[in-house]
Design a protein around this ligand. Structure first.
Ligand code: A2P
Length: 335
């Protein structure tokens, strides 16, 4: 069985990766429709050796497709997801727009595939935030075996998480500053080249950023447990692709490190780095579809603490790949 598919935001950092991942994983695509705003209508992208033209979403007839992958910002999803869903299209949405609605499933296929069953409520499935996805893939085996009470996490997130404007700003500022020219801040409030910013998404009334609160809300929703406490600090770093995280978990039962390592080795979607070996964003994670875990060690300050270093490609497993994996599960089990 083949499916007609629309990708909304096809010219963006994540949209382009979705098109690549659909091709690489040989997703059963009959017709592919690439949608964006009028700004890039008429441009073309390659899919399976052919060029496909980008259409202005305003002019698209949703009855032509059965599945749509959205990655064009929360406002665009707010406008178009209900319209697509009313046409019977199942929407897999990469933005934060529907993630916290109780009747919209929020899915990481390795972690809570069962939640997909509720897709019929709204015909919308939400893809979680990139930082949450990689953290939960790594923590799922630990949670199952020992129970997780609390998570302390600090993230080191690349600029591609802000879309193409983030990538352009880091490249542009780096080139200018190395040439002794002044660099403007547009995508970020402060200079991102050669710098780290503890500020991702807007600040909330409680002093946390929205990116940090996404990790709290989404962890509880995906693991189905509002008692799990999450204490995040999210930092933007001058890296183009890939997010890293220093994760410290406090479990209900004491953890044996060797056992934890073997649980992680046997879990879906994880590669374990042993001993003093560790993955980095550049070189190891970029272009990969799985989550890398390293530096797995006991917390010397806590009897039920475990530390790890978790790295993944935020555009791939953090967004495009996770969405396509949701689509794969959906067609396998439900369509
Ligand atoms: P466009 O190329 O027409 O601007 P990124 O996250 O890399 O910045 O990409 C955002 C994606 O979302 C792009 O494909 C962009 O298309 C698309 N997009 C942004 N705003 C809209 C909109 N109002 N309608 C349709 N697509 C949009």
């Amino acid at each position: 069985q083949e499916f007609d598919i629309a990708v909304l935001g096809a010219t963006g950092a994540v949209g382009e990766a979705i098109v690549e991942v659909l091709e690489e994983r040989n997703f059963p695509v009959r017709n592919l429709y690439l949608l964006a705003s009028e700004r890039s209508a008429g441009n073309t992208l390659r899919f399976k050796g052919k060029s496909v033209r980008v259409t202005d979403v305003e002019e698209f007839d949703w009855s032509q497709v059965q599945l749509a992958l959205f990655s064009a910002g929360a406002e665009t999803s707010d406008r178009w997801a209900p319209i697509a869903a009313d046409h019977g299209v199942v929407v897999i949405d990469n933005t934060s727009r529907f993630r916290y609605e109780y009747d919209v499933p929020l899915v990481v296929p390795e972690v809570n595939p069962h939640a997909l069953a509720d897709y019929r409520n709204r015909n919308i499935i939400a893809n979680p935030n990139c930082s949450t996805i990689q953290m939960l893939v790594a923590l799922k085996p630990i949670h199952e075996a020992y129970g997780i009470e609390r998570i302390n996490v600090a993230t080191y997130q690349s600029v591609s998480g802000s879309g193409k404007k983030g990538v352009d700003e880091l490249a542009g500022q780096t080139a200018k500053l190395l040439n002794g020219l002044p660099a403007e801040n547009k995508a970020y409030d402060k200079q991102i080249a050669f710098n780290c910013l503890p500020h991702i998404d807007e600040f909330m009334d409680n002093g946390y950023t929205k990116e940090e609160m996404k990790m709290v809300w989404e962890t509880q929703k995906i693991l189905g447990d509002d008692n799990i406490r999450v204490n995040p600090t999210c930092v933007r770093v001058p890296v183009f692709y890939g997010h890293a995280e220093a994760v410290h978990v406090e479990t209900c039962q004491p953890v044996h490190v060797e056992e934890a390592i073997s649980l992680l080795e046997n879990a879906e979607g994880i590669e374990v780095f042993h001993g003093n070996d560790y993955p980095t964003q550049v070189g190891d994670a970029t272009g990969k579809d799985h989550v890398m875990v390293a530096r797995i060690r006991e917390d010397i300050s806590h009897p039920c603490g475990l530390n790890m270093w978790v790295v993944a490609d935020n555009v791939r497993k953090g967004a495009a790949t996770n969405s396509v994996q949701i689509a794969e599960k959906l067609i396998e089990e439900y369509l």
